[in-house]
Design a protein around this ligand. Structure first.
Ligand SMILES: C[S@@+](CC[C@H](N)C(=O)[O-])C[C@H]1O[C@@H](n2cnc3c(N)ncnc32)[C@H](O)[C@@H]1O
Length: 265
């Protein structure tokens, strides 16, 4: 079991730690379209579809895209964290969906009948599962024939300019999410499960201008979270050096993509 599959109850009790990381993207991303609208534009949804969001988190995705989606969607918001489910449901009940229900659920054992949903979406969460292929099999089971699974995750080059600074914590200079469930794993596991998969990468980069936001994001989860003072001081120095070399900014490469598979009818 890797670090990214452990300690998620503390990490995701509510959305505060996730918000520190999301801030990097919301404040500093350079892209024609925001991440959530970009994903929404590619979902093959129709009015009144039944949709399951696994690992929904605080449902920021649905809040950002409600006005862009077909009408009368029936949303089921599922997450291992009861705090996330409560926040997600409260947020989405105020939005124009056909219906909204929440469910505390483990992606590895979804408490839904076979063929219940037109679309299942699992955004940036399969890397938390000890066995992501088993999660994908569960998602396939609850899809209707002809339904779609949409998965998002990171590639191995994601934010490498930031992760190389985290070696002061003794970690590898790469995104741990991409190590656990990166592009190759998503492609291979979804193709094995469905016999088809289409991938598209979000065209974006970041120019970060506030060093403290890098510090807060990378200390919101292990190993930065829980690091001792000498390591944290070393991390601050590494961030300051990187910003100095970049004349006051840190240019960051994003590798984040969407994988879409269709269950054969
Ligand atoms: C990085 S957040 C992503 C949230 C949201 N999907 C998004 O993209 O904004 C990962 C979410 O997956 C949830 N999670 C982790 N392991 C899970 C599991 N085994 N089953 C269901 N949800 C899980 C966490 O509680 C957390 O809310």
């Amino acid at each position: 079991m890797s670090a990214i599959t452990e300690g998620n109850a503390g990490q995701y009790g509510d959305s505060r730690k996730l918000a520190a990381r999301a801030r990097l993207h919301t404040e500093y991303t350079i892209a024609e379209t925001g991440w959530f609208p970009w994903v929404a534009a590619q979902l093959p949804l129709k009015p009144a579809n039944r949709v399951l969001d696994v690992g929904c988190g605080p449902a920021w995705f649905w809040a950002a895209t409600a006005g862009l989606l077909p009408e009368n969607l029936h949303l089921t918001l599922a997450d291992l964290s009861p705090g996330m489910v409560d926040e997600a449901v409260a947020r989405c009940r105020a939005l124009p969906f056909g219906s909204v229900r929440g469910c505390r659920a483990d992606a590895a054992a979804l408490p839904f009948e076979d063929g219940a949903f037109h679309l299942v979406i699992a955004m940036h969460m399969l890397y938390h599962l000890p066995d992501p292929a088993a999660g994908i099999a569960e998602m396939a089971r609850v899809l209707k024939p002809g339904g779609f699974l949409a998965v998002t995750t990171n590639g191995i080059g994601n934010m490498r300019e930031i992760y190389r600074l985290t070696t002061v914590f003794g970690s590898a200079p790469i995104d741990p999410a991409a190590v656990a469930f990166g592009y190759d794993a998503a492609e291979q596991m979804m193709r094995t499960q469905f016999g088809n998969v289409a991938m598209s990468q979000y065209p974006a980069s970041m120019r970060i201008t506030e060093p403290e936001d890098v510090f807060l994001a990378l200390t919101s989860y292990p190993p930065g979270e829980g690091a001792g003072e000498p390591q944290l001081s070393g991390f601050r120095r590494a961030i300051a050096d990187a910003f100095r070399q970049g004349s006051g900014a840190l240019d960051v490469n994003n590798e984040t993509g969407l994988f879409l598979s269709r269950k054969t009818a």
